[in-house]
Write a protein that binds this ligand. Structure first.
Ligand SMILES: Nc1nc2c(ncn2[C@@H]2O[C@H](COP(=O)(O)OP(=O)(O)OP(=O)(O)O)[C@@H](O)[C@H]2O)c(=O)[nH]1
Length: 390
């Protein structure tokens, strides 16, 4: 491949990267990482355009290497800031601007002008550092479900950091006159191909990350009840089963607490549907404050809820339910002391999920039965399956 063809292909690849990222940004403007990655595509495009036209058009030096280098470094930094924004970390545009201006001014220095290797020596450490920091951000991220989708980006970042480091070492050895070295055509071609590969695969990696986050957000939306923020029935059995299995393996207790607002139809009829909605929201909020973050909370029907309490014995669940009952009694629904709301609660569970195995279906039946008893015996009650408590 001759140089012109290589640089033209490089330009086309950069153009594809820019168009893809900008297109995605247009469809999803709330995802700020896409603006960073689109600008990274623009940086790649400017870098490749300068590579293509600098010599043929005989541009002045300040419009050539300094601009091209700064554009390439900007791409790496924007890739990094895009990942930071994706992971909800703060990003400083001002710092980015100051860094790039300093790099441009440094590229105008007589040291940088003297030799292409000098310019590499100035820019490669920054490129490597940007790659390594991006890798660190991805690896140290604790966001669930993103590990597998970051493999492509991690792979290309590692490869790129490695090839840049090897090239940097070669340049340093040359500067120390330990090797006789010159930028020949083969090395130039390999360098351009590496940039192309990096552009393409980093774009694929970013798109995969973005798509995975979208998928997780959609899944969460589909599984969440819009009114209360609690989970809906969609994946209830599957999620509870997973928790029960964990408790069985670890020989832990496991309990289900099911509850239902008493005479909710009357509340709706007397105060209106929107006040009824507020009551549902308040009950869900109170439940959330009483229960642990780890507990799984479901709204299973109109005014029916289930809390899955891993690691909690039925007796402990009864104590929690009584706290919940008291909190509901004290709460001023709709900021009024006249709107009285009570709940009935049914509990089922096992003190040791391993030695006393139960299925989710049987525990649910038992908890429903206990709730039915609570309703039958006057409502505003807590009932433990096969036992009576108040
Ligand atoms: N405001 C509001 N009401 C709802 C919603 N979903 C269901 N409902 C109402 O909840 C009421 C449930 O009534 P019932 O099943 O008779 O239960 P209840 O009146 O609480 O009686 P008990 O459970 O026996 O104490 C119905 O009137 C439904 O219309 C909702 O999202 N918002």
């Amino acid at each position: 491949m001759d140089e012109l063809t290589l640089l033209t292909v490089n330009f086309i690849v950069a153009f594809i990267v820019l168009v893809t990222m900008a297109g995605l940004y247009q469809t999803s403007k709330a995802d700020h990482c896409l603006i960073h990655w689109s600008l990274a595509g623009l940086g790649f495009l400017v870098n490749s355009a300068i590579g293509l036209i600098y010599a043929p058009l005989g541009l002045p030096y300040f419009l050539g290497p300094p601009l091209g280098n700064s554009a390439l470094i900007a791409s790496y930094l924007l890739l990094l800031s895009g990942v930071a924004s994706y992971l909800a970390k703060p990003v400083s545009w001002r710092l980015l601007g100051v860094l790039l201006a300093s790099i441009y001014l440094l590229s105008l220095s007589s040291f940088a002008q003297a030799d292409v290797i000098h310019r590499f020596l100035l820019s490669y450490p920054i490129l490597i550092a940007a790659n390594l920091y991006t890798i660190w951000l991805l690896v140290s991220s604790r966001q669930a479900g993103l590990r597998a989708s970051s493999i492509v980006l991690l792979g290309i970042l590692c490869f790129n950091a490695l090839q840049l480091s090897l090239r940097l070492i070669t340049f340093l050895l040359d500067q120390m006159q330990l090797t006789a070295f010159s930028i020949n055509w083969l090395l130039h071609t390999i360098g351009t191909l590496a940039v192309m590969l990096f552009m393409l695969l980093s774009m694929v990696g970013c798109v995969l990350l973005w798509a995975r986050k979208k998928e997780l957000a959609l899944r969460q939306l589909a599984e969440t009840d819009a009114l209360t923020g609690w989970l809906n029935r969609q994946s209830m059995a599957e999620k509870m089963q997973a928790e029960l299995h964990l408790c069985q393996r670890q020989r832990l207790p496991f309990s289900l607490l099911t509850f239902d607002i008493d005479h909710f139809k009357q509340i709706n009829d007397k105060h209106g549907h929107s006040i009824g909605d507020t009551v549902l929201q308040d009950i869900a909020w109170l439940g959330k404050t009483i229960l642990r973050d780890y507990d799984l909370l479901f709204r299973t029907g109109g005014e029916e809820f289930v809390a899955c309490l891993p690691g909690v014995t039925p007796d402990q669940a009864s104590a929690i339910a009584r706290r919940f009952k008291n909190a509901v009694a004290k709460h001023h629904f709709n900021n009024s002391s006249t709107l009285k709301v009570t709940i009935s609660q049914g509990i089922a569970g096992t003190a040791n999920a391993y030695s006393n195995p139960e299925t989710i279906a049987s525990l649910q039946q038992q908890a429903d039965h206990a709730l039915y008893q609570a309703k039958q015996q006057g409502r505003d009650q807590v009932r433990l399956f096969a036992a009576t408590c108040s």
